[in-house]
Design a protein around this ligand. Structure first.
Ligand code: HEM
Length: 277
């Protein structure tokens, strides 16, 4: 005969398993939207920057970058800009591919090589960008120069940790650091997508100025990588230690993030990337 306490226990186990499933699905839904959005960003980088370079028309870059683009008499800056844009395209494709469980399970050799390429290109893109920021700042001004440089430091630190843990065969820790690397290396993408989602929700550039020093500009310069990183940490904590209610709450938060990300991707594709092609 089954006792009352056994019945309660088995119901709790069932509720826990159901919440785990819902949380996993919410995470997968967000990742699908993000992977499509990063694919669109990568396609823009290739179709605009890489294409112009192949056609020998790098001056076209300045239609977007203005005075921060190709500049006569600054060969080193121009070289590092070219390197940054080359590596940026590779990072944006490599990151999402690295996180697909299906690819990881079936093509472990590819996963290892893509992982190495991802870490090297993310580090290379950041190092090239440090030079650009030090030499001539960023289009979005001094607040962005400090914020994006901190993002660059976090990319270097997280990528180094992910690599170290993989070499030491600490796979669980490696995965955590790889996810952190993905979040901070996607900061530039989150910035564009978040900005467009915010503009769409507010039906205009609320809290934004042309010199990028409005309240939203300051918040999002740091928030574009610190907020996703905080949500990731919370997700991992709730997944490993949370009860069923916490997991359902987290699934709701990630579901809302998936909707906001989808809206931002739509805004960035239609309002930012397509018109530049
Ligand atoms: C690793 C991920 C990164 C990607 C995918 C990426 C991507 C890009 C892209 C596509 C552009 C051209 C602008 C546009 O068309 O939107 C750009 C420009 C630029 N990026 Fe990055 N970037 C990354 C990381 C960084 C970091 C960490 C820094 C700073 C340390 C940085 C600094 C710059 C600068 C200075 C420019 C030139 C435009 C400006 O002055 O604002 N990027 N990046």
């Amino acid at each position: 005969m089954i006792s009352v306490s056994e019945t309660i226990l088995s119901r709790r186990v069932e509720a826990g398993a159901g919440a785990d499933r819902i949380l996993k699905r919410a995470g997968a839904a967000w990742f699908l939207v993000a992977a499509l959005g990063q694919g669109a960003f990568a396609a823009y980088i290739v179709a605009f920057y890489w294409r112009a370079a192949v056609l020998g028309d790098v001056q076209r870059w300045n239609e977007v970058l203005g005075g921060h683009g190709v500049t006569p008499g600054q060969p080193a800056s121009n070289l590092f800009l070219g390197l940054h844009l080359l590596l940026a395209g590779i990072v944006t494709v490599g990151g999402p591919l690295q996180l697909v469980p299906w690819v990881r399970a079936r093509f472990i050799g590819f996963h290892r090589w893509n992982g190495r390429a991802y870490v090297v290109t993310a580090i290379g893109a950041s190092l090239a960008a440090f030079y650009l920021v030090a030499k001539r700042g960023t289009i979005a001004g001094s607040i962005m120069s400090v914020a994006i440089s901190l993002d660059g430091v976090l990319i270097l630190a997280c990528a180094a940790m992910a690599w170290r843990q993989a070499l030491a065969r600490r796979i669980d820790s490696h995965r955590r650091w790889a996810m952190r690397t993905f979040m901070v290396a996607s900061g530039v993408w989150f910035y564009r997508v978040g900005l467009m989602a915010w503009f769409l929700v507010n039906r205009g550039p609320a809290g934004h100025t042309d010199s990028f020093d409005g309240p939203f500009d300051v918040f999002w310069a740091y928030g574009c990588y610190l907020l996703p990183l905080a949500v990731l940490e919370l997700h991992q904590w709730v997944r490993d230690r949370g009860g069923a209610a916490a997991k359902l709450g987290m699934a709701g938060l990630i579901g809302a993030a998936a909707l906001a990300t989808g809206l931002g991707v739509f805004g960035a594709v239609v309002g930012m990337w397509l018109p530049r092609l």
